[in-house]
Design a protein around this ligand. Structure first.
Ligand SMILES: Nc1ncnc2c1ncn2[C@@H]1O[C@H](COP(=O)(O)OP(=O)(O)OP(=O)(O)O)[C@@H](O)[C@H]1O
Length: 719
């Protein structure tokens, strides 16, 4: 029994060994299957790669051939390709199934495993027969037998599945190979086909002219760009050449600079040496000079102390000289007063026989000498204290158109140049003034009477010369004159400059001009930048009581030609309007003021003299001129200001305490010149014509009143 058991155990162990061998065999088969699957995967990968290549090939062909017939072919190929891909995915699915099956341990039993298994079964049966008595053993064997049976069945089933899979795989591979070959052939034929590009291009041309146009434009642009590129290239080449040449020049210049630098360095060294040498010499010279100047200073100090001593001794002498001077001055003053009294007396004496002669024209016993004496005395002195009145009778000009002498009512006396005869309302009236100029008197003769007065403004006197008279009676002619026959203004300024030139020495003089127009009681600066600007008369803020016109332009003149320019400028700015009385009558008063400032270089004494040259607007009867509107207003303003002048004269004449200078702009402005201590000359212009006799008589009456105005002895303005 024991023996049989041991035999059985030995059999069992053998069986076990065989089972383990069987398992090893299964593992080997598993590995083989794995290899097979790998091969299959590899094949599938290769196929995929080929398909990829074909696809790329197709895409390339598509690019080359465009989208016509070839495109259709390519589409066909793409469809085929898609079906290939589907087949591939089917194959991959199968492969996955295969791999699932292979994961089962017994599923890898192959047909070749069957013989060992059958023999194993036989052995088990034989063992079963040998050990009937051992129930436990029997049970084990039975169990083994059953297990074996199950395995056999499972294996058979799997075997069938593997076979079918294997077959299907082979089928698939074969089908794919065939498809591949077909595609290969297709591609070969596609490649070998003649290129259809021309055809395609033509089609494209036909189909798309817009594309062609854009292509042409692009080509043109390309062409232009190519040309530009070539030009730029040429330019680059040219610049390169220039660069090369300038590099050459630069290197030459560098060499030169180096040479110059070396030279400069040498010169600099020489210069430093020279400077050092000069510095040494300079120090020596300075030392010498300072020693010399010390000596000189000492000498000067000695001289200065000597002068100081002399000055101390001179002071009493100076004092005595000053006293002498003061006594001489008072003597001179007294002499002037005495002289004035003498002149007045002389005038009285002269007038007496004249009046006698007027009353008794037949009596010629009295000599005319007395008139000469009066004229010359007034002329020489110019300072009797009275306003000097001159009368000028206008000649009968061509435009007056008067041939009949009966129409002339004014006559001068050839033997007495201070008398004028006027036939007014059938009676002859005689007017006596300081001087009467006959119609034929020249501008020169008129000026001769005024000349000494004019130059006295250099010494610090205020002079006023004004022309008065009816419109068109010759006021402007006398004051301004013409370019051929200049009047008082021109001549006065000329003589003034001549006198200044002669006096050039201890005194320094400056001459300045200003020009004011009074039009409709408004003041305008005729030399101002804006002649329309209205000015006003004000008291000077320095408390001197003098008047000034703020903002009035005063132009300094250096010579007579400067004066001419200034006068021309003023004349241009003057307002002139036509009236019925005189076409060129000026309807405004014009005041030219020449200020002469003198400075004594030695003492610093300063004089200020003023020469006022006034051309008054013409007096006229408003009803006679026929003026209306603006002209009427002008005439009224003129007459008002002349009336104010007459009132001022009246007040001065009767020595009233209040003189109404401020009643008009004209009198206010002339306050400095008409007041006391000034020298004033009035030129009365009269028309000789019968038709103007009324105005003539008025003017002459006014002139006689003025003649009696005493302004007192002239005073000099000295600081
Ligand atoms: N002595 C003279 N010799 C020659 N011509 C003269 C003389 N006096 C005046 N005239 C001429 O008479 C005209 C009028 O003279 P002017 O303009 O001087 O008068 P007025 O008094 O200034 O006039 P108004 O008051 O209107 O300005 C001018 O043509 C002028 O040349």
């Amino acid at each position: 029994m024991v023996e049989s058991i041991s035999t059985l155990q030995g059999e069992r162990s053998k069986l076990m060994e065989e089972v383990s061998g069987l398992q090893e065999e299964m593992e080997r088969r598993e590995k083989e299957k794995q290899c097979l699957a790998n091969d299959f995967n590899q094949q599938v990968q290769d196929l995929k790669q080929k398909i990829q290549e074909r696809e790329e090939e197709l895409a390339r062909l598509r690019m080359e051939t465009g989208v016509t017939d070839t495109e259709k072919r390519i589409q066909h190929l793409t469809i085929e390709n898609e079906s290939l891909k589907q087949s591939l995915s089917v194959t991959q699915g199968l492969l996955q199934q295969l791999s699932i099956v292979s994961t089962q341990p017994s599923s890898l039993l192959m047909k070749e495993n069957l013989p060992p298994l059958t023999s194993l079964k036989d052995k088990v049966c034989r063992l079963w027969l040998k050990v009937p008595e051992n129930e436990e053993l029997r049970m084990k064997v039975h169990h083994l037998e059953r297990h074996l049976q199950e395995k056999l069945e499972q294996m058979a089933r799997l075997e069938g599945q593997v076979d079918s899979l294997h077959w299907r795989k082979q089928e698939e591979v074969r089908w794919l190979d065939e498809r591949m070959r077909g595609l290969q052939l297709e591609l070969e034929t596609q490649r070998d086909r003649p290129p259809e590009i021309q055809y395609v291009t033509r089609t494209v041309e036909v189909e798309s002219p817009t594309t062609l146009r854009s292509l042409l434009e692009a080509e043109e642009k390309n062409h232009v760009l190519l040309e530009q590129l070539s030009q730029q290239g040429e330019r680059c080449h040219f610049l390169e050449q220039q660069l090369k040449s300038s590099e050459g020049v630069t290197s030459d210049l560098r060499h030169k600079i180096e040479a110059y630098e070396a030279e400069i360095e040498t010169l600099r060294r020489d210069l430093i040496a020279e400077i050092n040498h000069l510095e040494a010499r300079k120090e020596e010279a300075v030392k010498e000079a300072s020693a010399c100047s010390e000596l000189h200073l000492e000498q000067l100090r000695n001289q200065f102390s000597g002068v100081q001593k002399r000055l101390v001794t001179l002071q009493p002498f100076l004092k005595s000289m000053k006293t002498n001077y003061n006594s001489l001055r008072s003597q001179v003053k007294n002499f002037s007063e005495f002289y004035e009294v003498a002149i007045k007396e002389a005038k009285k004496q002269v007038r007496r026989p004249t009046l006698h002669q007027q009353e008794n024209p037949a009596d010629t016993s009295l000599p005319q000498l007395s008139e000469g004496l009066l004229g010359s005395s007034c002329h020489l002195l110019g300072g009797t204290g009275n306003i000097r009145v001159l009368c000028r009778v206008k000649p009968v000009t061509e435009e007056s158109d008067v041939e009949d002498t009966a129409l002339v009512s004014v006559a001068t006396d050839p033997n007495n140049d201070s008398i004028v005869h006027v036939t007014y309302k059938g009676k002859e009236r005689i007017f006596q003034l300081d001087k009467v100029f006959a119609p034929q008197a020249t501008q020169d003769e008129v000026f001769e009477e005024i000349e000494p007065l004019v130059t006295s403004c250099i010494d610090g006197y205020n002079i006023c010369i004004f022309a008065y008279g009816q419109t068109g009676s010759g006021k402007t002619y006398t004051m301004e004159g013409t370019s051929e026959t200049p009047g008082i203004n021109h001549r006065a300024l000329n003589i003034l400059f001549r006198e200044l030139e002669q006096r050039d020495g201890m005194w320094r003089y400056t001459v300045s001009l200003s020009m004011i127009e009074i039009y409709n009681e408004l003041l305008r600066d005729l030399l101002g930048k804006d002649p329309q600007e209205k000015l006003d008369i004000k008291m000077k803020p320095d408390g001197s009581g003098l008047l000034h016109v703020p903002g009035l332009r005063s132009m300094e003149v250096q010579n007579f030609s400067d004066i001419k320019k200034v006068l021309a400028l003023g004349k241009r700015n003057r307002v002139t309007h036509c009236t019925n009385m005189n076409e060129h009558s000026s309807r405004s008063h014009m005041l030219l003021t020449v200020t002469v400032n003198g400075t004594d270089s030695a003492t610093g004494a300063r004089t200020t003299g003023k020469l006022n040259l006034v051309d008054l607007a013409g007096s006229e009867r408003v009803w006679k001129s026929g003026a209306e509107g603006e002209r009427l207003k002008e005439a009224q303003n003129i007459n008002r200001s002349l009336l104010a002048l007459s009132d001022v004269i009246q007040a001065l004449r009767s020595k009233q305490t209040h003189v109404p200078f401020r009643n008009s702009k004209l009198t206010y402005l002339l306050q400095d010149s008409l007041g006391k201590g000034n020298k004033t000359v009035m030129v009365v212009q009269v028309s000789p014509l019968q038709e103007n006799v009324g105005e003539t008589v008025c003017s002459l009456k006014f002139a006689q009143r003025v003649c009696k105005v005493e302004l007192g002895p002239a005073s000099r303005k000295v600081e």
